[in-house]
Structures are given as C-alpha cells and as structure tokens.
Design a protein around this ligand. Sequence first.
Ligand code: PMP
Length: 413
Amino acid sequence: MVKSLTTADRFSPADIPSSGLAARIGSSAIRDLLALTERPDVLSLAGGMPSPASFPVDAIALAAATILDQEGPDALQYAPTEGFAPLRSWIAARHPVTADPDQVLITNGSQQALELAARVASGPGDAVVMSDPGYIGAIQAFRSAGVELVGIPGDRGGLRVDLLADRLAGGLRPRLVYVVANFDNPTGATLTAERRHELARLADRYGFVILDDDPYGQLRWAGEAPAPLATLTDRVVTLGTTSKVLSPGLRVGWAVGPRTLVRELAVVKQSADLHTSSLSQRIAHEVLTRPGFLEHHLDRLRDSYKRHGRALAEALRCHLGGRLTFEEPDGGMFIWGRLREGGDASVLLPMAVERGVAFVPGAAFQVGAGPDHRSWLRLSFATAEAADLGEAARRLARAVASMEADVLELGPG
Ligand code: PMP
C-alpha cells in the first residue's frame, strides 16, 4: 500500500542531500538577530543599517520616473554583465588614481564584489588575511570560497600590519589581504597612514592583492582621511557601494582594480546573476550625477551621523561611565565598546533585549583562533532615531548593572 504523505512530511523531508556549504559558512549572527530586533519594544543598536530617514526617496522616485519616461523598455532589458556604461565612467572618474571604465565592474552591492574577489583572486586552500575581529559578510564570503582564513589582530589603528609583516617573514603567503581601511566594521577603526604605506610595500614585495572594502569612507565628519590604498600600490581592488550613501535596497556596488582581474570577476559574475539590475544602475547614476545633489546629500548625511555618533557616545559616558570603554568615532556607523573585566557581551545580550535594547556581541566577529572578543560589543548609532539613543544607553546600563550584580553574586569560579 502506498503511504500517503502528511503535509509536514512533504515540506520537511529529512533526506535531501546537500553539500554542507551553508553549514560551513554559518548563518550570520546579525541576520539572526535582526528578527529579534524587529520587536517594536526593542531599540536596536544591532543592525548596520543606514538611517531610513536618510534615503533620498523623492530623488529616487523622480529618477525612476524620468528614466522610464525617456528610456522606457531599454531600462528594463537584459544588459551587459560589466554594468551600465555611464555609471562605470562616473565611478572611474572619481577613483583616486586614473582608472578606465573597463577597470570597473558593477556588482549587486559590494557584498557580491567581495564574494567574487574571494573566489577569483584566491582559491580553495589559499591563505587570505583579514583583521580579527572582522566584517561578518567577509568571513562568510571567504568561508564560502573555501580559503584558509588567517585572522591578524587589529586595534584602533586598524590591521596590525607589523604582525602581518612578521607572519610574511615567517613564510605566510596570502593571495589576498582584506581590509576595511576606513571606519571598519565592527571596530570603527581607520588604518593609519603609516600602516597603509607599509601594507602597500608588503603587497609589492610579496605579491598579494589588497582588497580595500570602502562602504564608509564618505561618512567622515572629523579628522583627515589618510591616503587611499589605491594611491600607494596598483595591487589593490577597491570596493564601493551606494548602500550607505543612497540606499542599500538599490543593491548597486562596484569593484575597481587591475583590468585582467576585473575581467575575470565579470566572467564569474555572469555565471552568478548575468548582471546587476538595469533599472537600479540607471537610478543610481541619475541620482548621483544630478548637479549639486551628491555634495549636498553627503553634507546632510555626515551631519546627521555626527549628531547620532556624538549623542550615543555622550549617553554611554553618562549612563555607563567606566563600565564600558570606547573611543568616540570620527565617522562611519559604529562604536566598539569593551565591558569591564569579566564582562561577556553574549551573556549581556538577552538581558539587554529583555530591557528593550539590542547590540551585536563581539564574539560574532571572531575570525580565527586569536584572542577572543567576548568582552566587546558593537553598537550602531545609524539606524535608531537620535532622540532614542539616550534611552537605549540607559537600558544598556541597566542590563550591564544587572549582569555585573549576577557575576558578583556567583563569585569567582
Ligand atoms: N562591506 C562592509 C564592511 C559592510 O559593512 C557592508 C554592509 N554591512 C558591506 C560590505 C556590504 O554592503 P553592500 O553589499 O550593501 O554594498
């Protein structure tokens, strides 16, 4: 007799084979957390999402209407993998060193550029270096490519290039060194000018490619930006994106680098998704090139993030005092703070959510087997309303006080 399947059997059979790739990549702790933070009673300092109030909705609506009116079906057709030519030219012209449009590949957000670079510039088993702690999306992309991921500690000056130099002298031969040189995720650190020069020198000497992922460079509101890595060596692939400047939902990012490598990235992209949305690329181009728009928009954005960053820093100092140490940022979206001796941010998180505030525990950004980041937390000041940041810090302070009281009660051991 044929056994009839129940609905549950049909939708969750136990024996569908898989490569195990998803398990090896691991689900992003941030993605898993986003579900939690969608609770209306939780003030979220967790996701690295830009402020929705900053999205230029009117400019995007006008651009979409203009494009569809003037170009109609052309804007909705399949298109070349490399990207929309006028957008590639605009990006090439803004690159800090002379670049041709054919050195630019438009990607589905910079995350795709990262994933393509991980697979094209390195292969399974090749060593790839990144700072530890590091961006979760990069850790996932590198794991997906099957590389041997080598975490090198970072500090307030970014990747410890001196430690990388030691490892290179000891025989390490990476194909790629990944950095977020401006306002790193999660630490907010900017790679110092000296370290940039040294990293470029090492790239030339040892022949690796520097993958310089730069979503936050334009969000600097104080201090001087050190020279971009691309001006120091030509062994650099620079990644950019409209996500933090216009809107992440457009999914328009890019890679700029040596011609031969960019051509290879394009071939692999073709097999992944044919091309980035024709309509999104045109919208991004139309908005970015509207006379006067970008300068004005960036000024407002920096101003707003500066207010947010300062408000959160001030509230943390006021409500947490010495219980959390951090450096006030000059840009970007994040404050990277450290709990006092014995504090564990993963233990703190459920206590914080219970009190209506969320963040990402440092352990989520662990790259390798180096020193752990359990006492650290990443706080994003970008998404929440500025007026809510004081209350968020107050709730966090209550959770920290409660965690410290628990530790005292349990005593050592
Ligand atoms: N790199 C870094 C360092 C990021 O923080 C992010 C977004 N969180 C990305 C890349 C991906 O950005 P997108 O794909 O939206 O351009």
